[in-house]
Design a protein around this ligand. Structure first.
Ligand code: NAD
Length: 507
């Protein structure tokens, strides 16, 4: 059977392709026939349409996922789920180029970054395939005689996986791997900016033998599609990645029906350079930390803290390096930075450049749109560096989610830790130093879910990722992520003589 995408209809006149909701292993039309446009941010061209799902569509997807949860899927052994995950990973590997390409068309990130992520995804599935067959419970020693107690972990139920546009598939895979390994069913709600790639991998899952309804996709905006999922009584868990503001709204909505919740939210991560660091390596790490993915990563090292004694030198090198970055066609391997993913985000980043100037930060690189020959409609920006930022400025406190570095001087270790922790966020941090004691001392004091020492922006399936403070609730990846998709049941067994009459124990 062909694995080519099966769009509902090619709209040849506009050269766009219309996709459907993905429910019960097939693309279906939305109940009210409403669609939204998908734009390529490098060309400005509409290249696809997907349903703008209504409440009726969400009801249909939830009913399908519930039926699947209680149907054939419930009979699959852990070994069967593991074998599926390995097959699915292989299918993704076989289609890595196509999957990478779709995401570049959606969000304008570099093909080499998207291709790298696509190649990594099978490893996530392989990892959770292994964990799917690990023991899930305990036998618990009791304070009572002749009683046995054991625990089992059971799949939590129907999971709504709501994802952002910056790494549409990798962040979905972080949820799909453990959810399917645990035996849950999943309804993915990708960002309205990047929906097509998610439909595509749902097709691949179906081709790999996943029963209908185990992995559905509902496309649409936060309102009404997203809220329909977060308030739906048939959804047991919400696994969300996105902005802190949306996460707060989702937590409030989910609270009303007490759904299980994991939230991976925003950041304003400090990347801290001490005077004893290898400055060549540090500057490379600072550049990668903020300009990788055009700064559109939750873990962007957007606050660069530099010790006063090396401050001028680091600022000068950063500015010079930022100006040298090649902004260009995301499909071109020579490009070092692609586009901003969508017009509202582009306008937001430009707004923050004005805010930073107004606050008195010193612009030392970039600060304007970039022009790329042949891509006049593209959302390109120059890598931008602001020096002499104070930590109480908006540019240091609010997440921009774009290629804007805010450089802040500090005096000593205590000062660095104080500034680093003076934020509502707590997602990640970097520490650059040649002093091993200092490295661990500072890592221990930083209120962040991930700390990199003499490196930046590394993640993996085998170690937890998540935020302190307003950067999130719960952790993804690593062995414990599987628990986030299970309920724990305690089972009591009487191994004695049975139960006596409680009101007449001698009888
Ligand atoms: P967003 O919060 O605007 O949207 C994320 C998703 O939520 C989209 O699918 C959107 O349609 C949906 N949504 C919006 N409003 C909703 C509502 N009221 N109810 C339910 N769903 C709703 O985020 P974005 O702009 O797509 O992505 C950028 C943000 O994501 C940044 O803040 C970034 O830091 C964060 N992010 C976090 C991580 C992490 O792991 N911590 C990773 C990547 C991105």
């Amino acid at each position: 059977m062909s694995l080519a995408p099966s769009p509902l209809s090619p709209l040849t006149e506009l050269q766009t392709t219309r996709y459907g909701l993905f429910i019960d292993n097939q693309q279906v039309e939305p109940a009210d026939g409403a669609y939204l446009d998908v734009l390529n941010p490098a060309t400005g061209r509409v290249w696809a349409q997907v349903p703008d799902a209504s409440l009726a569509d969400v009801d249909r997807a939830v009913a399908s996922a519930r039926a699947a949860f209680e149907g054939e899927w419930a009979d699959w052994r852990a070994a069967d789920r593991a074998a599926f995950l390995i097959r699915f990973g292989q299918a993704i590997a076989d289609h890595a180029d196509e999957i990478a390409q779709l995401q570049v068309d959606e969000n304008g990130k570099l093909i080499r970054e998207m291709a790298g992520q696509a190649r990594l995804m099978p490893e996530y599935f392989n990892y959770y395939a292994g964990l799917a067959q690990m023991p899930t419970g305990h036998t618990n020693p009791l304070h009572l005689k002749q009683m046995l107690n054991y625990t089992v972990r059971e799949p939590l139920g129907v999971v709504a996986a709501i994802t952002p546009w910056n790494s549409p598939l990798l962040l979905l895979v972080w949820k799909l791997g453990p959810a399917l390994a645990a035996g849950c069913t999943v309804i993915a709600k990708p960002s309205e900016i990047t929906p097509v790639s998610t439909i595509r991998i749902a097709e691949l899952a179906a081709e790999c033998g996943l029963p209908p309804g185990v992995f559905n996709v509902v496309t649409g905006y936060g309102q009404p599609s997203g809220t329909a999922l977060t308030t739906h009584p048939g959804v047991d868990k919400i696994a969300f990645t996105g902005s802190t503001a949306t996460g707060q709204a989702i937590a409030a909505a989910a609270g009303r029906s007490l759904k299980s919740l994991s939230l991976e939210l925003g950041g304003k991560s400090p990347n801290i350079v001490f005077e004893d660091a290898d400055l060549t390596s540090a500057v490379n790490g600072l550049i990668a930390g903020i300009f990788g993915a055009s700064g559109q990563t939750c873990m962007a090292g957007s606050r660069i803290l530099v010790q006063r004694s090396v401050y001028d030198r680091v600022v000068e090198e950063l500015a010079e390096r930022a100006e040298r970055i090649t902004v260009g066609d995301p499909q071109d391997d020579r490009s070092e930075m692609g586009t901003i993913a969508c017009r509202p985000q582009y306008d937001k980043v430009l707004h923050y450049i004005d805010v930073a100037k107004g606050e008195g930060a010193r612009l030392v690189a970039g600060g304007t749109p970039a022009t790329v020959d042949g891509f006049e409609g593209g959302l390109f920006l120059r890598p931008t560096v602001f020096a002499d930022v104070r930590n109480d400025m908006q540019i240091a406190q609010e997440e921009v989610f774009g290629p804007i570095a805010a450089v802040i001087p500090f005096e000593d270790e205590d000062d660095a830790v104080r500034i680093a922790n003076d934020t509502q966020f707590g997602l990640a941090a970097g520490v650059w130093t040649g002093n091993v004691q200092r490295a661990h001392r500072v890592a221990g004091k930083l209120r962040a879910g991930t700390v990199w020492i003499n490196n930046y922006r590394k993640t993996g399936y085998n170690t937890p990722f998540g935020g302190y403070k307003q950067s999130g609730v719960g952790r993804e990846n690593g062995p414990d992520a599987l628990r986030e998709y299970t309920e724990e049941k305690s089972v009591w067994v009487d191994m004695g003589q049975g139960v006596k009459d409680p009101f007449n124990p001698r009888a």
